[in-house]
Design a protein around this ligand. Sequence first.
Ligand code: GRF
Length: 216
Amino acid sequence: MKKIVVMISGSGSNLEAIIKACNAKNINGEIVCVISNNPHAYGIERAKKYSIPTKIIDHKEFSKRDDFDNALEDILDYLDVDLIILAGFMRILGKNLTHKFYGKMINLHPSLLPLYPGLNTHAQALNNKDKYHGISIHFVTSKLDEGPLIAQGKILIKEDDDIEKLIARIHKVEHDLLPKVINELCLNNIYLNCESHKVMYSNILDSKMFVTYFNN
Ligand code: GRF
């Protein structure tokens, strides 16, 4: 079983979806620790509810970004993890750390990348009257919301969608797709070729870069 760390900054609804999938054995892995940079993140309570070890590394306690990254690196090394999931983790990580864990660290982002890296993705999709919105799961590099794409979940924006409705619909997609992708990574059905930067899919997954349409 793969050793997984989930990193969060806030509510942790995706964390809970991952925990439930692990408990239901839909993910061939175990969450060995939840790390939060925010001591007040509600996700910490969610982790505790399921008796998962938590670690707070408060970025405000570090004067330099590198020092925060170093503290994080120490813990990840100590835990000897196979997979690091950034699920609503709102800090940018530096080159050293992202390089060291390249191919092992994935991020969840609420847009159809390369559209809308950064914040306020839902508002941008609505304001631009986009036809589609969605989520992306990608390997992490030091560039914000970039890095080889693994999977996307796509929804049609409905006429009566406002921000709240859209966020709720996007969350549903995230809670469904992220655990599935994590499981494929744990089974080595998906992995990154770190030299070519290509995401590799085993034969049993039928598409190269799979986009899933959701009808919620
Ligand atoms: C998710 O929508 C994720 O895509 C974004 O932040 C949100 C985190 O939600 N980066 P939660 O903390 O998992 O509930």
